[in-house]
Every structure is written in structure tokens, then in C-alpha cells.
Design a protein around this ligand. Structure first.
Ligand SMILES: NC(=O)c1ccc[n+]([C@@H]2O[C@H](COP(=O)([O-])OP(=O)(O)OC[C@H]3O[C@@H](n4cnc5c(N)ncnc54)[C@H](O)[C@@H]3O)[C@@H](O)[C@H]2O)c1
Length: 344
């Protein structure tokens, strides 16, 4: 069978994981790469044996010859690149955060729909093995109907050395990391209607907030807390683990440090370890995230072949992105924000 051909734009820090993921997938080949930085182009092109290399995305699209494009640049270029893909009718994956603002994200969804192409946001955290394990427990019904939940990511890890741009943005932790935690909350507890948030900046050397506490009212009556921090100095650094707590009508679930999952129900308590696989190219402690990249890519290829909308499509991710926008507004004005008003 002919391979599905892909192209990748943005050969930076995280794109290397995406290139490894594509390389491992049977039936997919990355035939062209693009980066405006010739050094990155050279490095990634040589590492993964890709000969077609471009410094301009326009030129790459003009030459064509690929079935989808994977955008791994930082947020400022996402809208222009997605619209470029749409103008060439090429299905597109776009890294999170979706866009600089909700209005851009809505325009990108509209452009993809008008062009009749698939648009998936690379929202990979819900594809992490431990998060999938939590979802499976909820689906099993063993803890009954959830009524309260918490998605928590608290760390003191230095993310700025690998991604220096994170220290410079006016917005930091909600836009970069909280966006994943909010998507996990939607994945586990359903869509949310209202958001209340508070933020702090503890690290004086960065421009944005590095602590956020968010309270969500979900449509089905669940109340959840999503809390994120890069200012939390723990005796054992948990980066990049997400902890989850859920209380249900019949029991409880706790996902804690070292991927330990405790499920308590009417028939007793089970304790297990739901650790991610360490893929051959992966390295600790990033392996949890790296495996989720491979899993979301597999999902994309399957959905593309079936002609079905991916789970984290642009349309779906608008609802996660609206929570990000709502959190910033709530923190700024000290008010609770209705999500429907933002999505209207
Ligand atoms: N999903 C995840 O788990 C995860 C993890 C880390 C980063 N990310 C996201 O990945 C994206 C990239 O992050 P990064 O840390 O790799 O950034 P980076 O700065 O290391 O890499 C971005 C690359 O894109 C190139 N680039 C930017 N605009 C371009 C354009 N218009 N045309 C061609 N090349 C262009 C830059 O030269 C750079 O090499 C960000 O949106 C970030 O939020 C996601």
C-alpha cells in the first residue's frame, strides 16, 4: 500500500519527538520539512534523512507532494500556517496552543471547514497512558457517577532552559501547560460552562504567571479544580506527571506520584502502576509525553484514512482554548466567566 506522505513545519525543540513518532508509524513518511532557521533544518533533516528542506512554508506548499502537514512552530505562526494549508486544501495538525487568541482559533476552524480539510490540534496529554487508564476506570463504572475532580500539575522543573521563549511571554503557565490540564478535565469530566481562576507569578525572572488555580463547573454537575504550578519545590520532582483525584457516588480514584493508581469501590481497593512505555527513542522524565505524541499521531492517521473527525479536532479544541481565555479573564477581573459567551 502507498505510504501517507506528510510534511513538517518547525524543526525545533519539540518537533524532534514528532519526527520520531512519524518514523515509527508504519505507512507514514515525512517527505519534506520546513524551518526558517537553516541550522534546525540541517540538524533535523540529517537526523531523519529528509532531503526536501525548505526555509519558506509557501515554497514547500507550492511544490506539494504530501497528504498532510504537521505544524510544530510556536503559537505566533499557527494561524497563518493553518490558513496556508487550507488554501492548498492540505489536512493539517497544529501544535497547541491553538492560537494567540480565541478569535484566531475560530478563524482557523472556519478556514479548515471552508476548505473541507481535517484540522487536528496536537493536544496529546489526554493520550498519556496514565490518563487513558483513569478514563477507563470512569468508563468501568466502579466508582459510580463522578461528582468532584481535581487535575493537578505542580512542579519546580526548569522548563526555560529547553524552551526559553516561555520566560518571555506575557502569558505563561495557563497558555502553555494549563491548556493540557484543562483538556484533561474536559476529557474526564465533560465540557465546562463556567470558570473561576486565580493566578500568581512567583519566579521574578519571567514575564507571565507561573501558578494558576482554576475552578470549573461542568455541564453534568461535576465540580473540578485544575491547578498548575512551576513554582512548587517538592522533595521529589514529579515533572511531567499529572495527578488526578476523582470522587464518585460509589468510590474514589487517585492517580499519584510514579503513576500509582488507587481505585476504591464497593468491592474493595485496587492499587496498580499505570506507567507509560519508554519508547526506544524516548528519555526520562519526558517519556510519558513522548509516548502520547506517538499515540495521537496514530489516531490522526486512522481518522484521516476513515475520513472521520479527530477527537481533538479544531472544533473540539475551541472548547479547551475557551477555558484558557476564560481563566485569564477571570483572574484579571476577579469574576466567574461563562464559557458559552466566549464560544458564541
Ligand atoms: N504538546 C506538547 O506536549 C508540547 C511540548 C512542548 C512544546 N509544545 C509546543 O510545540 C510548539 C513548538 O515549541 P518548541 O519548544 O519546539 O519551539 P522552538 O522554538 O524550539 O521551535 C519552533 C521552530 O519553529 C520554527 N519556526 C517558527 N515560525 C516558523 C515559520 N513561520 N516557518 C518556518 N519555521 C518556523 C523556528 O525557527 C523553530 O525552529 C509550541 O507551540 C509549543 O507550545 C508542545
Amino acid at each position: 500500500m502507498a505510504k501517507t506522505k506528510g510534511a513538517l513545519i518547525g524543526c525545533g525543540f519539540f518537533a524532534v519527538n514528532q519526527m520520531h513518532g512519524w518514523q515509527d508509524l508504519d505507512g507514514v513518511e515525512i517527505v519534506a520539512i520546513c524551518d526558517r532557521d537553516p541550522e534546525r533544518l540541517h540538524l533535523v533533516g540529517d537526523q531523519f534523512g529528509v532531503d526536501r528542506r525548505y526555509r519558506s512554508a509557501d515554497e514547500m506548499f507550492d511544490d506539494g507532494g504530501f497528504d498532510f502537514v504537521d505544524i510544530a512552530t510556536t503559537v505566533g505562526s499557527h494561524r497563518a500556517l493553518v490558513e496556508l494549508a487550507a488554501s492548498h486544501a492540505v489536512p493539517v495538525i497544529c501544535q497547541k496552543p491553538f492560537a494567540p487568541a480565541l478569535a484566531d482559533a475560530k478563524a482557523m476552524v472556519a478556514a479548515a471547514e471552508k476548505a473541507g480539510i481535517a484540522l487536528m490540534i496536537h493536544e496529546n496529554f489526554r493520550w498519556q497512558t496514565p490518563i487513558l487508564a483513569v478514563r477507563a476506570v470512569l468508563d468501568s463504572g466502579v466508582i459510580g457517577e463522578p461528582f468532584w475532580g481535581r487535575v493537578s500539575f505542580r512542579s519546580g522543573f526548569d522548563v526555560f532552559s529547553g524552551q526559553p521563549y516561555l520566560a518571555r511571554g506575557k502569558r505563561f503557565i495557563i497558555e502553555d501547560l494549563g491548556i493540557h490540564s484543562l483538556d484533561i478535565a474536559r476529557f474526564l469530566f465533560g465540557d465546562a460552562s463556567r470558570m473561576t481562576a486565580r493566578t500568581r507569578r512567583i519566579n521574578p525572572d519571567i514575564a507571565g504567571e507561573d501558578v494558576a488555580t482554576m475552578l470549573l463547573d461542568h455541564d453534568n454537575g461535576i465540580t473540578s479544580i485544575v491547578d498548575v504550578s512551576y513554582a512548587t519545590k517538592l522533595p521529589e520532582e514529579p515533572f511531567p506527571e499529572t495527578f488526578v483525584e476523582i470522587d464518585g457516588s460509589r468510590g474514589t480514584l487517585r492517580l499519584g506520584k510514579d503513576y500509582k493508581l488507587t481505585v476504591h469501590g464497593p468491592d474493595g481497593t485496587t492499587r496498580s502502576v499505570v506507567a507509560p512505555n519508554l519508547l526506544p527513542w524516548a528519555s526520562r522524565p519526558w517519556h510519558n509525553i513522548q509516548e502520547s505524541v506517538a499515540l495521537i499521531q496514530k489516531h490522526w492517521v486512522e481518522r484521516l484514512a476513515e475520513g472521520r473527525e479527530p477527537d481533538t479536532s479544531g472544533r473540539d479544541n475551541l472548547k479547551t482554548f475557551a477555558l484558557v481565555e476564560a481563566a485569564y479573564r477571570s483572574a484579571e477581573y476577579g469574576e466567574t466567566i461563562a464559557i458559552a459567551d466566549l464560544l458564541a
